[in-house]
Each structure stands twice: as C-alpha cells, then as structure tokens.
Write a protein of this length. Structure first.
Length: 520
C-alpha cells in the first residue's frame, strides 16, 4: 500500500465527513463516492509560502520558513468535501518571536510548513500584540487565505498553540500550562515518534513534562526532549531568517496608499534622512541599500542598490535610487498603491572621518565615486569595472577588468598627480580589439613595416610607419610567437596598430599580419 494514492490535506467539509490525512484515496472514495480531489502540488505550495513570507515582512524583517515537521506522505491528493480546493494554505503561527503559516493538516503532523516571525520589539508599532495578530489574520482572510496564528515566548509554543487549538496569545511564562493538554504531535515530532509514544499510552504533552528524562531519551530519542525543552523555553531555539538581517532600517506606514514615483521619492527622502542619522551616530555608512515597497493587495517590490563607498548622508542615497528608478522605467507596478515603505541598510562599513572646510561643511568626495555609483545603480554594479595591470607583456593580457571596491577607490583618491605614470600615452591605442584581426599586408623588406594592407575587404596605403616594437612571448607558452608591432598611418590620417607574428626563418617561413587596434 506504500504506492497507493493518499490524502495529504483536507478542507473543513472533508474533515466533518470523517476523512483524515494519510487515508488512501480508495478508502476515502468508498466512504464518499462523490469526493472531489485535486493533485498535490508541493511546488505551488512553496511558491505561495514564499509570497506570503515576502508579504509578512511588513510586520518584521525577521521572517523564517518553518519546515520543522517532516512530510510523511510524498505522493497523494488533496481531498475536499465538494470542491477541488487544496486544504489550508497559509496558516500563521507567530511567536513573540514567531508566525507559522501552513498548508496541510495540523492534527496528523503532515506538511505543517509555515512561517516564523520574530516580532520582538515591533508589536508596539501596530498597537500591541493583539492588534498585530488581528491585523495579520484580517489581511490574510481578505486575500482568501485561511490562517491560524498564535503569539508566544518560544517558536515551539507558538507553533503548538496555532496548530493545535491553543490560545492566540500565550501569556508570558505560561507555555507549560498551555502545552499540557495538547497532543504530543504539537511538539513538531515526526509521525513515527508520535506513533511509538501513543503505543505506550503517552498521548498528551503533560504526561512527559515531569516524567523521568533518561528513560524517555533512551526509548524515543533525544529529539523528544529537545523539542519539549525548546517549546518550554528551557533550551534556546533560534529562527533562521530567510533573508539576511539588515543592520539598520527605517520604515513608514502610510495612512493613504501612494502610486506616483514623486510620492515614493518623497517618502524615500524622509526615510533616508532617518537612516542617515542612525548610521552617522554609529560612525557607519551603507554599502548596500534595499527599498521595500508593500502594496495594499499583498504584493511586495524590493529594489536594491549598491554603493562603492559607505554612505551616511541622505542626498547621495536619494541620487542613487533616482538613477535606479530611471533604469527600471515602468517596472515599478504600484497596483492600487503602496501603504508601507521600508529602507534598510543591508550592508554597512565604517566611514572615514570627513574633512571639514573653514565654513564647517564636509568636503565632497571624489566626483568619480558618485559617477560610479550612479552608473552602477542604473546599469547594475556588475557592469562597472576598473582596468588593472596584469603581469604580462602581451597587450591583450596586460590588463584585466575587475570589480571596483572601496580599497581601489581609496587608493585612487589618495594618488597624486605627481605619482601618476605619464608614460607615452599615444604609443598604443587606448582600446584594443577583443581579438586581433588578420590582415593581408605587403612589406618592402621582410623585417620592415607594411607598405599597404587589406583589412575587412578595404585596401589601405601606408604613408608613415613607426616601429617595430618587439614583444617576445612568455617562455612557458609554446604556441606563441614573437610579435613586431608597427604604428602606421594612411593618406587620410587614420592610424592603425599592426603586428607581424613570427620571426622570418627562426619561427616561421611566412609570418602572419594582424591588426590589433585603431587610434582614435
């Protein structure tokens, strides 16, 4: 019977008719021939849970997926009394640290995935724990999601109260009294452990709270006692947020939803000012900023920007986001409006003390820093790089592109004009071809410059030539040849950088010619 189709989730009508999760589909249809079923879709459940998790960040940025319960039935169908509706989606269980949202059947310990929200220190923003819980449930219900929620001191107690009929708010220090009458499955144990406990007559949590621990651990494993201690607060249980916790945040709940970009920028400016004060007070600057826009219909838009140098002033923060908005264009869909906006400093670094002028104003940083940040915001930071010298004499290998970091910027700012290598700025083209392009060339003497060459089907006459500049290959490269580079000019004043590959006689009998770059 292991390969038989089984029910994994039920709606309220199916429960009232006596069906249960884990029951085979054949047995269920024997009881109710007109039973309507739908195929189980775990991927859709996970996608829904992720969407609800994004939405739940309006209450706290500390949102974790609660997947502590294992799914026993991996194949099956969701049974409903009369309609093909999968059972509960989006149960919430919130603790003072938490909120789970499930899809599946709570009483059997199957598929009880949900969300955990750490609301410590944030409930007062919503009028207290009762008001936060009521607001959360009302918003989920308005979107067609049946949810159960509870607030407790520990994630385990919150999960048990939400999924097994405990109070919506567990009093502080009252987890033991709330858990005693609940079934052992409320401890987030696997089905085999719950069944083994049941066979010995242990059905309620109260039966093991003060029972001898050594026999319980020896017979049922250490996980039973660990889950009990976590739920009672005897052992610390930390939740694992699905996103990195921001270093600092500033947020605004709006009385009226906003839709226009100008209004978003105005709120962003206010949040940037608030966040800048927090950063400046700690001597920090933001290297990565995230703007979260919460829509009234539950959708959420996240916009992230990076800064090449730590920022702790509102003006440059606003400038980067303006460039980002310009690059996004119409991608910001406000729907019926945003009713909450959050600005977070996702990554921070210490800020060097700013130089102050005689008027008391901070001296502005290099214009290059601002330019790099604006280009990165509009095009993406991966499209902004610097050219760094590489240890090779071969021109195409002599420089590499690297991401610009703060160390690079600092060294550039500290470099004086006298330390720069002026060099011969016109001896080589500023930009080379990605790959040298072959040309047909004719020279008066074997080792001399070309007198004419054909490139891309066009014939060019050479009136002036300089060179050669000889570049030998690295000794460890067996397949490379010596190059003789020439700077040549045609009658129209166009200048080219060509090279002959291979020495006559010693390396090649018929050297080849290539065009490597064009002078601007």
């Amino acid at each position: 019977m292991k390969s038989a189709l089984r029910l994994v989730a039920l709606d309220e009508t199916a429960e009232r008719l006596g069906l249960r999760a884990g029951q085979t589909l054949a047995d269920a249809r024997a009881m109710i021939p007109a039973l309507a079923v739908a195929d189980d879709d775990p991927a859709a459940d996970r996608a829904l849970l992720a969407t609800v998790a994004d939405w739940a960040e309006r209450y706290t940025p500390l949102v974790a997926l609660d997947t502590s319960q294992q799914q026993e039935a991996r194949s099956g169908e969701a049974a409903t009394g009369k309609q093909t509706i999968p059972a509960r989606s989006g149960e919430a269980a919130t603790g003072k640290q938490t909120i789970p949202a499930r899809s599946g059947e709570a009483a059997t310990g199957k598929r009880q995935h949900g969300l955990m929200l750490d609301i410590t220190g944030s409930s007062h923003l919503f009028g207290g724990e009762e008001a936060l819980l009521a607001d959360l449930l009302a918003r989920l219900a308005a979107r067609g999601l049946h949810a159960a929620a509870a607030i407790a001191d520990t994630p385990g107690a919150a999960s048990a109260a939400a999924r097994f009929g405990g109070p919506s708010i567990v009093p502080e220090g009252g987890a033991t009294d709330v858990l005693r009458p609940l079934p052992l499955a409320a401890l987030r144990l696997d089905h085999e452990t719950v069944a083994a406990l049941d066979r010995t007559g242990l059905k309620r949590i109260g039966q093991i709270v003060e029972a001898p621990r050594a026999p319980l651990a020896a017979r049922f494993g250490a996980v039973l006692l660990r889950r009990l201690d976590q739920a009672l607060g005897r052992e610390e249980e930390a939740i694992n947020p699905r996103r990195p916790v921001p270093a600092m945040i500033a947020e605004r709940c709006l009385a009226e939803p906003i839709t226009r970009e100008e209004d978003i920028v105005a709120v962003l400016a206010s949040l940037a000012t608030t966040l800048s004060r927090q950063l400046e007070a700690r001597g920090l600057g933001a290297r990565r900023l995230e703007l979260a826009l919460f829509r009234v219909d539950g959708a959420m838009k996240r916009i992230a920007v990076g800064a090449g140098r730590p920022l702790n002033a509102p003006r440059p923060v606003l400038a980067i986001f303006r460039e980002k908005f310009a690059g996004l264009g119409e991608a910001i869909d406000a729907g019926f409006g945003f009713d909450m906006v959050r600005l977070a400093a996702a990554a921070v670094d210490p800020v060097d003390p700013a130089q102050i002028d005689l008027a008391g104003n901070a001296v502005a940083a290099s214009d290059l820093d601002g330019l790099i940040d604006r280009i990165g915001a509009r095009l993406g930071s991966r499209h902004v790089a610097r050219i760094r010298a590489h240890d090779s004499h071969i021109p195409e290998r002599a420089a590499i592109f690297e991401e610009i970091n703060e160390e690079d910027r600092r060294s550039d700012r500290n470099q004086t004009r006298g330390e720069e290598d002026e060099g011969d700025t016109i001896s080589r083209p500023l930009r080379l071809f990605a790959r040298p392009e072959p040309v047909e060339a004719i020279a008066e003497v074997p080792d001399g410059p070309p007198v004419r060459f054909r490139w891309r089907r066009a014939l060019y006459q050479v009136v002036r030539a300089e060179g050669p500049e000889r570049i030998a290959p690295e000794w460890w490269c067996d397949d490379d040849f010596t190059r003789d580079y020439f700077r040549v000019e045609d009658p129209a004043g166009r200048r080219f950088w060509l090279y002959r590959e291979g020495l006559y006689g010693s390396e090649r009998t018929a050297p080849r010619w290539y065009l490597h770059g064009v002078f601007g």
